[in-house]
Design a protein around this ligand. Structure first.
Ligand code: UGA
Length: 451
């Protein structure tokens, strides 16, 4: 098989398939990326990926190449995993998909044999039938019976992509042809040694919508709990963490993605919310709930900075320490990260910023340039700061104690991800936490016990 596009999705997918004994061509037009990966240097941080790639290359199951023609000739299933970023006008940018699909069609024109094209890239609902199929038909000159076409979205999360691939909760296969559905079912059955997860088969449109709707639902869940956190902050003695724990015990609600914080970031949620809203508006069914979740999230960094302003007593000239800049732990990705929004807002207010992150600082530096100080450790980050904001819940921050903040000018800690025990910090320094009510009343701690 061949995987076209070796980014955050394509490379883990190609390496994982190869690690399970399939012969996989990993194709990318970027030669420098290919030579880096061949040499064991993965261009982004993803736990376990380097080892997986190394093993697959050693076993010769993974071939990294820019030679589309040779890979195409030797493959039956062609996975499209190129990026679909948001264009300047807010619409989805399909240029990479167009380029790959056009060249797949052209190669089909010149070669015999039935190929199955599988769209893994996240594409706006309707794209497969309205854009990809016509492009393939046009560039190949073949009839629709002469090739297969399916949508097979991925649900990988950055930072645990390999784990997610090893034990997915579901596989969604969308196609208009039974033969394509059967071929993919057979492939996944083999990939998971005869014990695949639940496979839902449907048409291409539903498969495309499922991908977007899943992300939008998770994003909405986060905005819901974050708004509830605002309420808890204004209510004496309330604590959103306990509220979310109690809600999560209801299986219908579930505890996942109910962690209040500074807001969601990353390259997927906002982009996908906007794309889904556009698709829905096109058919006259605006998604107001998704819109509200998105609007709330984009206003959140500004509100957090206003709150900091009040807590610190004016932000102009103050040094603010940001602990963590990655959009979540386990990755060095800062695309659409809340840290960037917060930093820009703080700079507008005239603050000086010092940032520390175990691995994402180089990417943050690329985005923010000389406008920030980049600290080599937690202690140098918080030194002489007027306020410290915990932005990303990396493990190494979880063990910090009030003593670690003693070198601050004003000892103010804002726990933006609820990783600290308020009892440990309250009274030792000014401690504020997302979703923790005013005048935190200790009372007995929340506990869970069996019946
Ligand atoms: C997300 C989805 O979770 C994946 O299923 C999907 O495949 C992927 O997008 C994609 O479309 O490619 P990802 O963006 O890697 O994955 O990261 P998440 O773990 O979903 O986190 C997104 C953001 O939500 C992060 O900023 C995180 O800090 C925040 N979050 C998450 C919360 O604020 N609270 C939570 O309870 C959970």
């Amino acid at each position: 098989m061949a995987v076209f596009g070796l980014g955050h999705i394509g490379l883990p997918v190609a390496a994982f398939f190869a690690s399970r004994g399939f012969h996989v061509f990993g194709i990318d037009s970027d030669e420098s990326l290919l030579s880096k990966v061949r040499g064991g240097r993965i261009p982004f941080y993803e736990p376990g990926l380097a080892e997986l790639v190394k093993g697959a290359l050693k076993e010769r199951n993974l071939e990294l190449t820019s030679d589309r023609v040779s890979a195409f000739r030797q493959s039956c299933i062609l996975f499209v995993t190129v990026g679909t970023p948001m264009a300047q006008d807010g619409f989805i940018d399909l240029s990479q998909v167009r380029s790959v699909v056009t060249s797949l069609g052209e190669m089909m024109r010149n070669q015999e044999g039935h190929k199955l094209v599988v769209v893994k890239s996240t594409v706006i609902p309707g794209t497969t039938e309205e854009f990809i199929r016509p492009t393939l038909l046009h560039s190949s000159g073949k009839s629709k019976e002469e090739f297969g076409l399916a949508v097979n979205p991925d649900f990988l999360t950055e930072g645990s992509a390999i784990e997610d691939l090893a034990s997915p909760e579901r596989i969604i296969i969308g196609s208009l042809e039974q033969s394509s559905i059967d071929a993919l079912k057979e492939f996944y059955s083999e990939l998971y040694s005869g014990q695949p997860p639940i496979m839902l088969t449907t048409n291409t449109l539903n498969a495309e919508i499922i991908k977007y709707a899943s992300n939008s639902f998770l994003a909405t869940k986060i905005s819901f709990i974050n708004e509830l956190a605002d309420f808890c902050e204004g209510a004496e003695g309330a604590d959103v963490q306990v509220v979310s724990q109690g809600m999560g015990l209801d299986k219908r609600i579930g505890s996942e993605f109910l962690r209040a914080g500074l807001g969601y970031g990353g390259s997927c949620f906002s982009k996908d919310n906007r794309a889904l809203m556009q698709a829905a508006a096109r058919v006259g069914a605006p998604l107001s709930i998704v819109g509200a979740a998105e609007e709330y999230n984009s206003a959140r960094p500004g509100k957090i900075v206003e709150r900091m302003d009040r807590i610190v007593g004016g932000l102009a000239g103050k040094k603010i320490a940001l602990l963590g800049v990655a959009f979540k732990p386990g990755t060095d990705d800062i695309r659409d990260a809340i840290s960037t929004e917060l930093a820009l807002e703080l700079l507008r207010k005239g603050s000086r910023i010092s940032a520390y992150d175990p691995i994402a600082l180089p990417n943050f530096r690329e985005a923010l340039g000389d406008n920030c100080e980049y600290a080599a450790s937690v202690s140098s980050c918080v030194q002489d700061a007027d306020c410290c904001l915990l932005v990303t819940e990396w493990d190494e921050f979880r063990t910090l104690e009030p003593l670690d903040f003693q070198s601050m000018k004003q000892k103010i800690l804002i726990d933006g991800r609820r990783i600290y025990d308020p009892n440990k910090f309250t009274g030792r320094m000014k401690f504020v936490a997302i979703g923790l009510g005013t005048q935190f009343r200790r009372g007995p701690p929340a506990t869970e016990s069996g019946v």
